[in-house]
Design a protein around this ligand. Structure first.
Ligand SMILES: [Zn+2]
Length: 66
């Protein structure tokens, strides 16, 4: 798994709400996947969360799905 955590903390990305490239704050969250009941305690998945600094829109993307 390749991680590019050198760019976390703020970068320019395309915002669907603004329909242009804006400054985003980027962070990583661990979320528990509740769908898998059997081993829910062990299925915490990292999500990449971006927040547009212009309009406040938040997007999250499961990193392991990419
Ligand atoms: Zn925006």
């Amino acid at each position: 798994m390749a991680t590019t955590d050198d760019s976390f903390g703020g970068l320019t990305e395309h915002c669907e709400e603004c329909e242009l490239d804006t400054l985003h704050e980027v962070s990583v969250q661990l979320r528990t996947e509740s769908a898998k009941s059997e081993n829910a305690a062990f299925s915490r998945e990292p999500y990449r969360v971006t927040e547009c600094q212009r309009c406040g829109r938040r997007d999250s993307q499961r990193m392991n799905d990419a």
